[in-house]
Design a protein around this ligand. Structure first.
Ligand code: 5GP
Length: 164
């Protein structure tokens, strides 16, 4: 297996700050940061603070089932962002990585015709991505380990009866 790219929590702090600087230097003043859950939530939160945008929205997209294992197409799960809330806004879509680009394409298409402007900010973009993001921190063709998903979920207890 090819070597992996590792993003630590420490490096994520640097990456998100530098990504915000790219957006600011470009003069793009977003009204809304649209996070792609779940990985994009970390990026969106960091960009929201760094760019002083308090209006954060979430799109829930399901595509990956494992390392390089995907569903046939990405699907948007509820709650779907309300088109009325995005109407006429300058939107900054935030995600962890553009891999095939299919997830970002779905969200971009969702925004098209509704918003005033939509641009994408990602920590990583892979060379084969069909969507070219406006703001990219680093490019790699490796599988990336993100700090939030490197460890397996914590072991949870059997469901408890809370109202007993
Ligand atoms: P895409 O639709 O661009 O193929 O994939 C986007 C989503 O797939 C990302 O938001 C992420 O959740 C997942 N993904 C794609 N490539 C990687 C990767 O290299 N590492 C990890 N951890 N997740 C990935």
């Amino acid at each position: 297996a090819p070597e992996r790219e590792t993003l630590t929590w420490e490096l994520f702090g640097t990456a998100s700050r530098e990504l915000a600087e790219m957006v600011a230097d470009d003069g793009y003043r977003a009204d809304i940061v649209l996070a792609i859950a779940r990985g994009g939530l970390f990026v969106a939160g960091a960009l929201g603070y760094a760019l002083d945008v308090k209006n954060l929205h979430v799109a829930n997209v399901e595509f990956y089932t494992g390392v390089d294992e995907r569903l046939p197409v990405p699907i948007m799960l509820p709650p779907v962002p309300n088109a009325l809330d995005l109407s006429g806004a300058k939107v900054l879509v935030a995600d962890d990585v553009a891999d095939t680009g299919a997830t970002l394409k779905l969200v971009r298409d969702f925004c098209a015709g509704v918003v005033a402007d939509v641009r994408c900010a990602v920590v990583y973009e892979k060379p084969h991505s069909t969507v070219e993001c406006e703001y990219v921190w680093r490019r790699t063709d490796r599988w990336i380990n993100f700090p939030w998903s490197t460890e397996p979920p914590v072991v949870q207890r059997e469901g408890q009866v809370l109202d007993a």
